[in-house]
Write a protein that binds this ligand. Structure first.
Ligand code: ATP
Length: 236
C-alpha cells in the first residue's frame, strides 16, 4: 500500500470459550480509507470488529494501530488511542435522552468533535434531543450510535452492520454521511452482509467466510465488476 497504515492485522485468530471463530486474518487499512468486510451471518464479522475494538482477546497474531502493537491493549485504552466502535445493535440506552447520550459521550474530552458538530452531521438528532432511546427509530438509534462514537474523536471508526434493518432512504443517508466523513479523512472499517451498499464508498472490500478472509479487492474494481466478490460470498 502507498499510504500510511492506520490499522493492520497479521494472522489474527480469536473466538469464544477456547474455540476459534476467526482464523489467521491478515488485513491492512490505509489511513483515510474505507474498508468494507462483507460476509454472511455467522461468517465472523462481529468477532473481527470486537477483536479490533478489544472486547474479544487476540488468541494468535497481532493488531497494530497507528504503528503500535495494540494486541493486548484494553478496550478503553484503544478507544482513547482513537478507535471508535459502533457495535452491531447500536447499544443505545432506552431510558436516557439523545442530549444525555451526547453529553455522556462528550464529557471530560477536549475534542475536535462536540454535540453541535455531530448535530450538524445528523440534523435529525438535533430534532430529537429530548427523546429517550426507546422512542427513537432504528435509523435515529444508528445515527446516535455513530454520533456517540464520533464524540470520542476517533481516527478509526469500526461500524458493525450500520444499516441493519433500516429503510432504504435511511441506508442512503447513513452512506452519504459515512462518505462525507471519509472525505474529511476518517478511516473506516465496516461490516455488512452484502457488498451492495458499501460498494459506493469503499476503497477496499474483503470477503469473510467461515472466519477466513477469502477475497479482497479494491473498491474501484468491485464497482466495475462485483462478480468475484459475489462468487467468494457464495463459496462457504
Ligand atoms: P452476524 O451477521 O450474525 O452478526 P457475523 O458475521 O457477525 O454474523 P459472528 O457473530 O462474528 O458472525 O459469529 C462468528 C461465529 O462465532 C459464529 O459461528 C457464531 O455462532 C460464533 N459466536 C458468535 N458470538 C459467540 C458467542 N458469544 N459465544 C460463542 N460463539 C459465538
Amino acid at each position: 500500500l502507498d499510504f500510511p497504515l492506520a490499522l493492520s492485522l497479521s494472522g489474527v485468530s480469536s473466538g469464544y470459550n477456547g474455540g476459534r471463530a476467526l482464523h489467521a486474518v491478515s488485513l491492512e487499512v490505509a489511513e483515510g480509507s474505507v474498508h468494507a468486510i462483507v460476509g454472511h451471518n455467522g461468517a465472523g464479522k462481529t468477532t473481527l470488529m470486537s477483536t479490533v475494538a478489544g472486547e474479544l482477546a487476540v488468541a494468535e497474531g497481532r493488531i497494530w494501530f497507528d504503528g503500535k502493537d495494540i494486541s493486548r491493549t484494553a478496550p478503553h485504552r484503544r478507544a482513547k488511542r482513537g478507535i471508535g466502535y459502533v457495535p452491531q445493535g447500536r447499544r443505545v440506552f432506552k431510558s436516557i435522552t439523545v442530549a444525555e447520550h451526547l453529553a455522556i459521550a462528550h464529557r471530560d474530552r477536549k475534542s475536535e468533535w462536540n454535540p453541535a458538530r455531530v448535530i450538524d452531521l445528523f440534523p435529525r438528532l438535533g430534532e430529537r434531543m429530548k427523546h429517550k432511546g426507546a422512542q427513537l427509530s432504528g435509523g435515529e438509534q444508528q445515527m446516535l450510535a455513530i454520533a456517540r462514537a464520533l464524540l470520542t474523536s476517533p481516527r478509526l471508526l469500526l461500524l458493525d452492520e450500520p444499516t441493519e434493518g433500516l429503510a432504504p432512504a435511511i441506508v442512503e443517508q447513513i452512506r452519504g454521511t459515512l462518505g462525507k466523513l471519509a472525505a474529511e479523512g476518517m478511516t473506516i472499517l465496516l461490516a455488512a452482509p452484502q457488498p451492495e451498499w458499501p460498494i459506493a464508498i469503499a476503497d477496499h472490500i474483503s470477503v469473510l467466510s467461515a472466519g477466513k478472509l477469502t477475497a479482497s479487492i479494491p473498491g474501484s474494481e468491485a464497482r466495475d465488476d462485483a462478480s468475484s466478490l459475489l462468487e467468494a460470498l457464495t463459496i462457504t
